[in-house]
Design a protein around this ligand. Sequence first.
Ligand code: PRX
Length: 648
Amino acid sequence: MERIEAVLKENRRFEPPEEFRKRARIQSEAEYEALYRESLEDPEAFWGRVAEELHWFEPWTQVLEWNPPHARWFVNGKTNLSYNALDRHVATWRKNKAAIIWEGEPGEERVLTYHDLWREVQRFANALKQLGVGKGDRVTIYMPMIPETAIAMLACARIGAVHSVVFGGFSANALAERIKDAEAKLLITADGGYRRGRVVPLKAQADEALAETPSVEHVVVVRRTGEAVPMQPGRDHWYHELVESVPDHCPPEVMDAEDPLFILYTSGSTGKPKGVLHTTGGYMVYTYLTTKLVFDLKDEDTYWCTADVGWITGHSYIVYGPLVNGATTLMYEGAPNHPEPDRFWRIVDKYGVTIFYTAPTAIRAFMKWGEAWPRKHRLDSLRLLGTVGEPINPEAWLWYHQVIGQGRCPIVDTWWQTETGGIMITTLPGAHAAKPGFAGKPFFGVAPEIRDAEGNRVETPEEGGYLVLTRPWPSMLRTVWGDPERYRRQYWSQYPDAYFTGDGARRDADGYYLILGRVDDVLNVAGHRLGTMELESALVSHPDVAEAAVVGRPHPEKGEAIVAFVTLKSHARPSEALREALKAHVANTIGPIARPDEIRFAEALPKTRSGKIMRRLLRQIAAGETEIKGDTSTLEDREVVEQLKRGE
Ligand code: PRX
């Protein structure tokens, strides 16, 4: 085997293995090019044809109506996502095919066939209706990774309620903020979930949040851990009791293609998370096609995406995309290293997983834990690997390719965002050679460009710039929930004619895109997106903190680590205890994923003469650079920088 260290600068191309290519859905670059060209020249014909593969109660009258920055797809078309994910398959031989294979962290197993899932979803849909939930109402879902989470999402989709899944790792405070913004009428949670052998007390946190969320009328609680939890009579209901007494038939609500499907909160460059709104028809069609082609999905596959359903990856590529395709999707509840660092490989071996989709941060952790763990298991069932969430360094790519894929499996490095709803830039595994570190080519209908700060196109290969998208695509976000102005400002104001991604990128001579990472005040910590302003407002909500500035520092496993520069109020003194207290405060305010790695106390923060914090300087200081590069002529007080460097 080639030595991984020897290829830090990796220029190799990895062609699709012949065995893979000849069975792939798209088998050559020429085939991709022809379809890609059509998707841009005649998007209506292209997307219309894809949409026809799915079920519509009434056909659309127009494929796309584009009044920038507002798109409507499949105008006047009527459909239902749960119908396409369930009923469509129950009517075929897939009725008794496994839809969801689930494994709990303690080791339990559950398999739900399409028929099982269909019945469960209808029952829960009826239970929701009984609790007064109807079309357009918002339902917040705060759950561990258990089948009921997918059932809850599909039940909402069935009756036209808009779900807002909040990652189970968020704190009570973060949950409350999201419930309030969405004005959710109902909350679905569980008594708890398992993570690294411990119980995450979801209901207790939900109760804390509910103290400030008057919009919530009812709470449904799934029994997962069996721990005793307080139930408030009239408000709280056990899931298993509700579904016992309702019929298992619930006709799908006829939804307009542009009716909202879900809200998902994500971090931006201001303190308040944005509620990204996705609608029904376009999202369904786009996730259907990307799942099918990017993962080369076939009926006989056992497909596993290791994301949490609380993130967009879980929405699009654990639940909706795979189920609309009639695939078998695997869900695992817990941590990759519980009870030991081979848990993922044990699962791959046990269920014969064929397609495996994970994050670079996980791959880097596996590298650190060592090859012995995956080598303990048979990984021969794997045929395709994927990554998402952050740039993958070539060393990690090669390790993934050699150790997990055993040199046999193509890797797709998929670039996309909560806002894009589905995969935008990737290779197609049977058509394109992969280049470690490069996400690849635009998916069908996607028109990326690289621009400079003035808005000019950067055409020179290898020259970096801002990544924008110049065409609407079916699963694009439609707005920011409750704040249409923010939608325009955030995504469509930097360049008048393009969607601004917030990422930097460059393109090589073959047209492959390499993503350089965020160019705005958003951090990517272990694949989790966090706004620096959000972290700063958590810090200044502590009574001892006067001012805070948060920056990222490169981190070998997490991609970025969180470094906070903090000035204290006059009554407070820097101490180790306060440092720990501030870290805990941020973790309590947002969630454990937001816990700062380092807190640096400072007398003052470096500011421009107009009072803006100079983050660029702080980033250099956090990274340990002793020479401060770039223009510091606007810096108010040079001594501040010297002091910060000395770490006083
Ligand atoms: O910076 C990019 C990075 O993750 C951001 C989107 O984060 P989020 O909305 O949480 O969605 C993550 C899962 C889709 C992007 O702006 N990102 C995502 N995928 C990649 C990536 N960066 C490099 N390569 C990727 N494959």
